[in-house]
Write a protein that binds this ligand. Structure first.
Ligand code: ATP
Ligand code: MG
Length: 299
């Protein structure tokens, strides 16, 4: 099986502003951007040769679901309906439907708002060395993937291309953003995480941690941007398998991880992922989508 995704990544006539590992961003006009989620698959920051069909649609439609659920928090979405987008975009409706959002162009904050409800990943590494996460003191005796008493705001700086983001103490993000804005970002991020986590928990998914990005609009309002609470920006764990003291299975990426482990993956070279691994991963992405939103993916 080759991955036959409708989105080619080539939209002549539109200006590509940036190509992330997964998303492409096109300039539309002074006030708006087109955000397209491709089906590209990245692992260990490497984009693999094989993508996952419809993954981009899952990411976009899960984000849209949360933006809607969290509509008390101002967000950057103008529309996700291609029919409502400018004519030069509608031309590519068959490639873009279901996987794209027209968004307000914002002044992005130079800090990523990470919220952790569980200690894992880089947080667990730091805790083992120093008993802290982002230099915040934590109780002794936590295990890998322990639930934290309260969700923590653990910001990071946005790294330049190719470098890894760096975790920073909230005092440092207060220096970068100003104390008042930092406080607002921290409170908003924690509040959104708590709402989403409670919602997902009722459906058997643990959202262990997540990353938000905020920007400011022309009036200086704080606006939730980027993708939200997707399997790419968050860790989703199946609740019924949760056991602290070890790595958890990832809801969506486990088959990929297992495969890469089985080939002793060097963590640098793009590789082809076998069809059966792709198919099972695709099913997991769809399952996450259906469990969380209670809907079928619009393809
Ligand atoms: P990767 O996710 O591959 O590590 P990345 O985060 O740089 O790389 P993407 O996530 O694909 O790339 O790109 C999203 C980019 O768009 C980010 O730099 C993000 O800060 C920015 N962004 C998100 N929403 C808006 C917005 N409304 N206005 C302006 N920029 C935005
Ligand atoms: Mg990103």
């Amino acid at each position: 099986m080759t991955v036959d995704t409708a989105y080619t990544g080539e939209l002549p006539g539109l200006t590509l502003l940036a190509r992330g590992k997964v998303r492409d961003i096109y300039d539309v006009d002074d006030n708006s951007l087109l955000f397209v989620a491709s089906d590209r698959l990245s692992a260990f920051d490497v984009v693999m040769k094989t993508g996952i069909p419809d993954k981009g649609k899952v990411l976009t439609q899960i984000s849209m679901f949360w933006f809607d659920l969290l509509k008390d928090v101002p967000n950057h979405v103008i529309t996700a309906d291609v029919n409502e987008m400018p004519a030069q975009i509608q031309k590519y409706a068959s490639q873009l439907a279901g996987r794209s959002m027209l968004v307000k162009k914002l002044k992005m904050l130079p800090v990523e708002a990470i919220v952790r409800g569980y200690i894992t990943g880089s947080g667990w590494k730091e805790y083992q060395r120093k008993g802290t996460v982002c230099d915040l003191e934590l109780p002794k005796g936590l295990e890998n993937c322990s639930k934290l008493e309260k969700p923590l705001f653990t910001p990071s700086t946005k790294a330049e291309d190719g470098l890894h983001d760096e975790n920073i103490h909230p005092d440092k993000s207060a220096q970068i953003l100003g104390a008042e804005l930092n406080q607002k970002v921290a409170e908003t991020a924690i509040q959104i995480y708590e709402t989403a986590r409670a919602f997902a928990a009722e459906r058997g998914i643990i959202i262990a941690d997540t990353k938000f990005e905020f920007g400011l609009d022309n009036d200086g309002n704080l606006v939730l941007a980027d993708e939200v609470l997707t399997p790419d920006s968050s860790r989703f764990w199946p609740a019924d398998e949760y056991t602290p003291g070890k790595e958890q299975n990832s809801f969506d990426k486990q088959f990929i991880r297992n495969y890469l482990e089985s080939i002793n993956y060097d963590k640098t070279t793009p590789v082809t992922i076998p069809d059966n691994v792709i198919t099972r991963s695709q099913q997991k992405y769809l399952e996450a989508f259906e469990i969380i939103t209670g809907k079928k993916l619009s393809t």
